[in-house]
Design a protein around this ligand. Structure first.
Ligand code: PRT
Ligand code: ZN
Length: 293
């Protein structure tokens, strides 16, 4: 079946109106050059310089809006998309809004493994993911659907244990619960409708993805500049895990050069220490706005 719902040429993108994902999603969109304002007051905003309309929604509604083609793309947590079972394509994992959907039970109780859940009552806002997990384990549970404050359910004796999102684990600890196993590792994803899109929209999505990839790469990288004796250049090249060969520029001072290159952020401190040992000095690290490879 060739389902089509493609009345306009602008890409329509769903983002969370107000919540944990909003600021980072808005920063990402602005970081890839999509210009808009008033997103806090309106449900739909037009962008100025890219043919995109943003629809501001509750996160729970996003997978379905994308599935039905009301929106072409959406930014939403994997936890929400997988729980919804919406028929959508995942285009990118976006490395923010990270959390995990975990099993937890009272610390001083006798539930310690998924098998110990057999015959127990489990409170969760994620009944579908919870049911599938326990079915796969061959464990019989009763689910109590709760939409908020799931972690107090055991204290209220509404349930024996819970399945909920965890990021630092602070909420579980504060409620005397122990994390036992993980059902899903989640992050914000860019999802796309499976409805047939016009060639114009497909092209826009391609452009959009190139920008997102550049933005993501830039976030993980730093531009570094340093001065060094010319005699150390070969040693320095061996240390720097550069994308390509670094730029080496002679300095006015005799036998000194400036070296510029890009390195992965997570290698900066180790690389910096090794560089200093070669005689490098004046090492400067700068964030990068975007990077098109
Ligand atoms: O109003 P709307 O429906 O749009 O928003 P919401 O209230 O349903 O969701 P929101 O804004 O709270 O979260 C949006 C998304 O952020 C989630 O769907 C996840 O993908 C992601 N995310 C990342 C989290 C967390 N981390 C998180 N820690 N969502 C919720 N939590 C909650 C969790 O439910 C628990 O109550 O934080 C508490 C645990 O946190 P820690 O740090 O104490 O472990
Ligand atoms: Zn929600």
């Amino acid at each position: 079946m060739n389902r089509t719902k493609d009345s306009s040429t602008s890409l329509r993108i769903a983002i969370q109106k107000s919540g944990r994902l909003t600021d980072k999603t808005v920063s990402l969109l602005q970081g890839i050059g999509i210009d808009f304002d008033n997103y806090k007051r309106n449900l739909m905003v037009k962008t100025r310089n890219f043919d995109v309309e943003l629809l501001l929604l509750r996160d729970d509604d996003i997978p379905e809006y994308v599935q039905d083609g009301v929106c072409d793309l959406g930014f939403v947590g994997a936890n929400v998309t997988y729980e919804s079972r919406a028929d959508v394509k995942v285009l990118r994992g976006l490395n923010y809004g990270k959390c995990r959907l975990s099993l937890a039970a009272p610390k001083n109780g006798n539930i310690k493994t998924p098998q110990d859940f057999d015959g127990k009552t489990v409170a969760t806002s994620y009944p579908n993911l919870t049911r599938s997990f326990f079915e796969e384990q061959g464990v019989n549970i009763k689910i109590v659907g709760i939409s908020g404050a799931v972690e107090i359910a055991p204290q209220l004796e509404v349930a024996d244990a819970i399945v909920d999102l965890v990021s630092t684990g602070g909420t579980l600890r504060a409620n005397g619960l122990e994390e036992l196993d993980t059902i899903l590792e989640s992050e914000t994803q860019l999802i796309q409708t499976n409805m047939e899109l016009s060639p114009g929209k497909k092209q826009l999505i391609e452009k959009f993805l190139v920008r997102i990839d550049g933005y993501q790469q830039a976030k993980k990288s730093r531009y570094i500049m340093l001065n060094a004796p010319e005699s150390a250049v070969e040693d320095i090249k061996a240390i720097i895990p550069s994308m390509r060969s670094p730029t080496v520029v002679p300095l006015a001072e005799d036998d000194m050069v400036a070296i510029h290159t890009v390195i992965p952020l997570n290698e900066f401190w180790v690389v910096m220490e090794e560089l200093k040992a070669t005689g490098a000095s004046d090492i400067v690290m700068l964030p990068i706005e975007s990077m098109i490879l």
